[in-house]
Design a protein around this ligand. Structure first.
Ligand code: SF4
Length: 118
C-alpha cells in the first residue's frame, strides 16, 4: 500500500489530503472537504493532468504572439511535448477567440484554442 500526501488545487482552500493507493488503485482519500478533492486525488494519483496555457507566435497580427489554452487538461507526461509543438509553430492573423490553433495536440485528442484576438 502506497500513501501519498496531496494538496488539493481545485479551489483556494488547498485542503491537505492523504490518498492510499493499492496496486495502482486509489482505495481511500482523507482530508478533502468536498467531493472535488477526492476526484482530484484520484486523478492525480492515477493519471495526472494539467491545464496548458501559453502563447503562440503570430504572423501578420497586431501582436507578435496570441495567448492560447488547452480545451481540456493535458496529461502531465505530455506537457513538455505539447509545449515544444506550440513553441515551434506560427499562425497567421486574423485570429479570433476560440479559434482552434492545434487540433489533437500530440495525439491527446485535445484542442489548443486562442483566448484572445489578433
Ligand atoms: S477538497 Fe474541496 S474544499 Fe478542499 S481544496 Fe479541494 S475543492 Fe476546495
Amino acid at each position: 500500500m502506497e500513501v501519498r500526501e496531496l494538496t488539493c488545487v481545485a479551489c483556494p482552500m488547498g485542503c491537505q489530503m492523504t490518498a492510499s493507493i493499492d496496486n495502482g488503485v486509489v482505495v481511500s482519500v482523507t482530508g478533502n472537504t468536498c467531493p472535488r478533492g477526492k476526484k482530484y486525488a484520484e486523478t492525480e494519483c492515477t493519471h495526472p493532468v494539467r491545464p496548458l496555457t501559453t502563447t503562440v507566435k503570430v504572423n501578420g497580427g497586431k501582436h507578435p504572439v496570441v495567448p492560447v489554452k488547452s480545451a481540456a487538461p493535458v496529461p502531465k507526461e505530455k506537457m513538455f511535448e505539447c509545449m515544444d509543438v506550440l513553441n515551434n509553430i506560427t499562425v497567421d492573423a486574423p485570429i479570433k477567440i476560440g479559434d482552434v490553433i492545434v487540433d489533437d495536440i500530440c495525439g491527446t485528442g485535445i484542442q489548443i484554442v486562442a483566448t484572445n484576438i489578433d
